[in-house]
Design a protein around this ligand. Structure first.
Ligand SMILES: O=P(O)(O)OC[C@H]1O[C@H](O[C@H]2O[C@H](CO)[C@@H](O)[C@H](O)[C@H]2O)[C@H](O)[C@@H](O)[C@@H]1O
Length: 364
C-alpha cells in the first residue's frame, strides 16, 4: 500500500473523514489519531498476563462448547444463566424488517465464512456458489454492499470476485472500497483504511513461529491473514487441542501487543488496537456519508463471535439490524436469524426483489 492510495473519503453529507498516516505506515482518522490499545471485547480471550494451564483449559473448553457434538449440552447449561433467545427468522419477518427501513438508505454488510459460503474443513476451499455470487452482485446494484471478514482482504476478494463491493479484511483492519470509486461516494478514488499497518512485521513473525510450533500436530493449520493470524483446530483430533492452544500461548506470551479472539474452531491472534468489525462498520458508514444520519438502515449478516462487535454497534446506534446465521440459540446482539448460507441467499434475493418493486412503484 503506498501513500498515493491514501484517500480522503468524500462523503455525501459533506462530512469528510480526514486521514493521516502515522510513522509512515499507519492510517487513522485524524480526529481519533492512533487507536488506543484495548484489552479486547467480551468476545476476546485474554492471553497475556498469565493464567497458565487454567487459561489453556478455558480456551479448549470454549472450543468444545462451540463444536456441534457438544453444542446441545452446552447450550442447555448456558441458557440457565444467560437467557439465550431463539431469534425470530429474518425470512419470516421480512415485511417487518422492510417496514422498519421505510424512507431510509439500506447499507449491506456481509460476513464471508459461514454466511456467504458454507463452513468446510479446508479454509482454502471455502468457495461461494455461483448462485450466491450472482445474488450478491444484484444486491450491490441496489444497495451499497461491503464484505467484512476475518480473512485477509486479497483472499476474500479472490473468493467473492466482485469489484463493485467494499471489502474489510483482517476483521476490519484492512478496508478498501471499489477500485473506481463508487456511485455511493462522491470521490473517484477507493476508500482505504489500515489502522494496524505497524503490526505487519510482528504478525509475519508470529505466523512463522506458529507454523513451526504446530507443524508436528496433524491437522493444525496456520493462516496468515495479513493483520492477524488464524490457528485452525477443525481437523485436529480433540485430544490434541490443548497441545495447539499451548503452542499459541507460548508464542503470544512474547508479544504483549497482540491479543487473542476465538472463532469457529479457530484461535485468532490480532493487534491490541481498539478496532474490530464494529469499528469497520462505523468507518464504512462514515465513508459513505452516513456518519450522523438518522436515515440510514445498516443490515449486518454474520455467523461468528467476531460479528458480535458489529451487531453491538447497530444495537447501540439503534439503526438497522444484525442478523445471526446459526441453527442454534446463541447469546447474541443480533435481532434476527437465518439458519445457513442458503437462507442468507434467499434473504438477499428478497431484498433485491423488494427494491425492484419499490422502484417500479415509484415510477407509476
Ligand atoms: O469473518 P469470516 O469471513 O467469517 O472469517 C472468519 C474465519 O473464517 C475462516 O475460518 C472458518 O471457515 C473455514 C472454512 O469454512 C473453516 O475451515 C474454519 O474452521 C472456520 O473457522 C478463515 O479460514 C479464517 O481465517 C477466518 O478468520
Amino acid at each position: 500500500m503506498t501513500n498515493q492510495n491514501v484517500v480522503v473519503p468524500d462523503t455525501k453529507s459533506g462530512i469528510s473523514l480526514p486521514m493521516v498516516r502515522l510513522s509512515g505506515s499507519s492510517i487513522f482518522p485524524a480526529t481519533a489519531q492512533k487507536p488506543p490499545t484495548a484489552p479486547g471485547t467480551g468476545e476476546n480471550l485474554e492471553i497475556n498476563g498469565g493464567g497458565g494451564a487454567a487459561k489453556i483449559n478455558s480456551w479448549v473448553d470454549s472450543m468444545r462448547a462451540s463444536s456441534p457434538t457438544h453444542m446441545k449440552s452446552s447450550s442447555q447449561s448456558l441458557s440457565q444463566h444467560q437467557q439465550q433467545i431463539t431469534l425470530p427468522s429474518a425470512l419470516d419477518n421480512f415485511d417487518q424488517i422492510m417496514e422498519a427501513s421505510r424512507g431510509k438508505q439500506i447499507v449491506m454488510f456481509l460476513d464471508y465464512d459461514g454466511t456467504l459460503s458454507p463452513i468446510v474443513d479446508d479454509p482454502d476451499r471455502a468457495f461461494m456458489s455461483k448462485k450466491m455470487r450472482t445474488t450478491v452482485r444484484r444486491l450491490a446494484t441496489c444497495f451499497p454492499t461491503a464484505i467484512v471478514s476475518g480473512r485477509c482482504r486479497d483472499k476474500v476478494y479472490k473468493f467473492v470476485r466482485l469489484a463493485e463491493l467494499y471489502y474489510a479484511g483482517s476483521h476490519g483492519m484492512d478496508i478498501k472500497g471499489p477500485e473506481k470509486g463508487s456511485k455511493y461516494t462522491k470521490g473517484t478514488e477507493p476508500v482505504i483504511c489500515q489502522p494496524a499497518s505497524e503490526f505487519l512485521p510482528m504478525i509475519d513473525e508470529v505466523f512463522k513461529e506458529l507454523v513451526a510450533k504446530t507443524k508436528l500436530t496433524p491437522g493444525a493449520k496456520v493462516e496468515n491473514n495479513k493483520f492477524c493470524v488464524s490457528v485452525h483446530f477443525r481437523c485436529v483430533e480433540e485430544k490434541k487441542w490443548s497441545e495447539v492452544a499451548e503452542a499459541v500461548k507460548s508464542v503470544l506470551n512474547k508479544y504483549p501487543k497482540l491479543r487473542l479472539s476465538q472463532g469457529r474452531k479457530v484461535l485468532e491472534i490480532r493487534p491490541t488496537i481498539k478496532w474490530d468489525k464494529g469499528k469497520a462498520l462505523e468507518f464504512l458508514l462514515e465513508s459513505l456519508g452516513f456518519a450522523n444520519c438518522t436515515d440510514v438502515f445498516p443490515i449486518y449478516i454474520g455467523d461468528d463471535r467476531t460479528d458480535e462487535d458489529a451487531f453491538k454497534v447497530l444495537k447501540e446506534r439503534e439503526q438497522g439490524f444484525g442478523i445471526l446465521v446459526s441453527k442454534v440459540a446463541k447469546d447474541t446482539n443480533a435481532s434476527y436469524s437465518l439458519q445457513e448460507p442458503t437462507q442468507v441467499m434467499d434473504f438477499l434475493q428478497r431484498l433485491v426483489d423488494w427494491k425492484k418493486l419499490a422502484f417500479q412503484e415509484s415510477r407509476m
